[in-house]
Design a binder for this molecule. Sequence first.
Ligand code: PLP
Length: 411
Amino acid sequence: TNEFPHPRTFDQPARLRNVLYEIRGPVAEQAARMEAEGHRILKLNIGNPASFGFDAPDVIVRDMIASLPFSQGYSDSRGILPARRAIFTRYETVEGFPEFDIDDVYLGNGVSELITITMQALLEVGDEVLIPAPDYPLWTAMTTLPGGVPVHYLCDEENGWNPDLADIEAKITPRTKAIVVINPNNPTGAVYSREVLQGIVDLARKHGLLILADEIYDRILYDDAEHTSIAALAPDLLCITYNGLSKTYRVAGYRAGWMVITGPKEHASGFLEGLTLLASTRLCPNVPAQHAIQVALGGYQSIEELIRPGGRLLEQRDTAWNMLNSIDGVSCVKPSGALYAFPKLDPEVHEIHDDEKLVLDLLLSEKILLVHGRGFNWPTPDHLRIVFLPWARDLQEAIERFGNFLSTYRQ
Ligand code: PLP
């Protein structure tokens, strides 16, 4: 007799039910179907520089290729030494960054993998993590997956999208273990002031919180924006800083990221042992991409050409920001860093009840793909995220069409 129901069903486990990643969600899947039918879709949904002609510096590609014959085996679980040394040297140039050891550097298949293993190693079921709203949604998803509880603190649009310290403090409970700080921010493009970062550090110190600092855009800054690494303000606190090659060096497909652990560790040995264990169970990160890290960090920093006056990214940021603000009932805080704008649709002018439906309708009508604000855990259906990686003329056309579409759109 067959003891299993036939045919056997494979349902989604309950713990996955609230794990969301809308950037590649149902609307993006609809866009892929339309592309398969032959439509040309302008994809302003993913921060993937290479797909908009932002080529990586040649030396990085050449080093990756040259390393292939010598990268056939697994590496050390933390990553190869030359890459970790290059990361070590990089942080020597970051003002005030606390001292650390080579073994405090872990490489990953992108920051994404390191976020995933950090949360798996850190959280007991029911533990809370403070995460910004809006957020880069992987943080929320990977808090939820091991049974943690994401608690979203508000970033204040009226204050350049800086985190609201009073809201953070109000949301701290005895179960709060960590606070996630994404600076420069995805999706708002905010670069946080030193004062606000100091305020977060003070709260983390008072309540014994681990600081998780996602700084993957720390070298993508516009105008006179200055980036402060939060670890530099918290040498006495346990802090993990995440970064990688995906954005600044435009090799998102190589999957090369790192994290650096700073501050006292004695009180966190269980967590850190877990982290090392999970780093070993994934064996090691992609080895050829690890070889690209040293040359990327040590070579000419070509991102600077793109962000200074006359640079392509700066021009696109300006175009996107100006065009968005020219639409009736749309306002947008000027992004000071990263690759995104997060405009607001004034509810008095545009009554949107379902922002996901709005982006789907925009896709069907205009073949333009954006991501709705609630996909970034923003609480109300009145924001969208636009990636400003396309050429200025394409952005101009897309945002013009978006404005025309909005002017007659009703829900
Ligand atoms: N963190 C932030 C804030 C991001 O925007 C992204 C990618 O968009 C990541 C992490 C993931 O980066 P990686 O390619 O290193 O996995």
